[in-house]
Design a protein around this ligand. Structure first.
Ligand code: ACO
Length: 349
């Protein structure tokens, strides 16, 4: 069967590491509290001259090379981000221009679920035959919208970018499946209250710190534990799979306790769960593609493997995908296949 698949994957994270010990000097918190409640030990923070588009470009270059393609082969760019460079133009247009890609470009905004929404759109474009090689980027500079005096949010997030190229792959035994969901009634529990057309920026909104992330943590926690389990079950059923068929489960890296809860309830063996939250924190729409890249680099993904990804976040939104891993199948015979060490250096980590 010919079906859309991930042909290449890449990532970029900024150089600066902020540890829990660094946060202890900023707010009233402790490494013990953060690590035990979230699983996070460090996160990356973008340099002043880095943006969602500049980091997205670096992750995208890595993914395009990993796919054995060049920017000329890409015919659509989708960027998932909750921290676009500007309200408009779209960050995707900036990425498209920087890479010299000829083709359409648009952003998707579904909080931390943006990457899953973008993946599902890319898969549909490839299935319909409208596009051949879709670049999907998740990139975030969350450090710029965090209130660094609010210990309940600033310890959770980090900056980074991940990217994949979605193309038609041969020999798939099942077509990718996606589940997308939204419950807008939960919007106020995770939002940036000002800066949009409902509450334009003013001296008052700035004084009231309304341009920063506000979150009702326990509410979002309850929502997340429910939807990760439910949507993973639903996407498995849609694909005709069971938890035992999962070779690698890649959940959005927001809180290790949310992941543990779902994994136990779904009976997914812990050795089939990918975790890197300890090093990056919650990078929102970048978390799943960063995890995909690291899983590939660690040799945890083989052609034909069944991967299940699940995201959740502001909206409130959620999305799960069951995809057969085919990355690099097309490029394995090419002479210019990038080596592992070149890839690692391409990420800047
Ligand atoms: N350090 C020390 N103490 C803290 C900190 C901190 N960084 N943050 C909160 N506390 C305190 C609170 O003030 C509270 O103290 P009190 O009991 O004296 O009032 C206590 O810890 C417990 O606070 P809770 O908020 O109830 O703690 P909880 O166990 O729920 O953990 C957490 C908080 C980690 C935020 C959790 O609710 C969570 O992970 N929620 C989901 C977050 C999430 O995944 N968000 C991202 C969604 S994706 C997106 O789109 C952005």
């Amino acid at each position: 069967m010919i079906a859309p698949t991930i042909r290449g994957v890449g990532m970029y994270v900024p150089e600066r590491v902020m540890t829990n010990a660094d946060l202890e000097r900023l707010v009233d918190t402790s490494d013990e509290w953060i690590a035990s409640r979230t699983g996070i030990r460090a996160r990356r923070i973008a340099a002043d001259d880095e943006t969602s588009s500049s980091m997205g470009v670096r992750a995208a270059r890595c993914a395009i090379e990993n796919a054995g393609l060049t920017p000329d082969d890409i015919d659509l760019v989708i960027v998932g981000t909750a921290t676009p460079d500007y309200p408009f133009p779209a960050t995707a247009c900036l990425v498209q221009d920087a890479l010299g890609i000829r083709g359409g470009a648009f952003d998707v905004e579904a909080g931390c679920t943006s990457f899953m929404y973008a993946m599902s759109a890319a898969s549909s474009f490839v299935t319909s035959g409208m596009h051949s090689n879709v670049l999907v980027v998740g990139s975030e500079v969350l450090s710029r919208i965090l209130d660094w005096t609010d210990r309940s949010t600033c310890v959770l997030f980090g900056d980074g970018a991940g990217a994949v190229v979605v193309s038609a792959g041969e020999h798939a035994s099942f077509a990718p499946q996606f589940i997308l969901g939204s419950d807008g009634s939960g919007g106020p529990s995770l939002c940036v209250p000002a800066g949009g057309s409902a509450r334009p920026a003013s001296d008052q909104t700035v004084a009231d710190r309304m341009h920063f992330v506000k979150m009702a943590g326990p509410e979002v926690f309850r929502f997340a534990t429910r939807v990760v389990e439910e949507s993973t079950g639903q996407v498995l059923e849609k694909a005709g799979l069971t938890p035992g068929d999962i070779d690698l489960f890649i959940p959005h890296q927001a809180n290790v306790r949310i992941i543990d809860h779902a994994v136990k309830r779904l009976h997914i063996p812990p050795d089939r769960v990918f975790l890197n939250i300890d090093r990056y924190g919650n990078t929102s729409s970048a978390s799943i593609p960063i995890a995909l890249f690291e899983a590939q680099q660690q040799g945890r993904l083989r052609p034909g493997d069944t991967i299940v990804t699940v995201g959740f976040g502001a909206g409130l939104t959620w999305g799960a995908g069951a995809i057969q891993w085919m990355a690099n199948i097309a490029s394995e015979t090419e002479s210019d296949v990038i080596t592992d060490s070149e890839l690692v250096s391409a990420t800047g980590i």
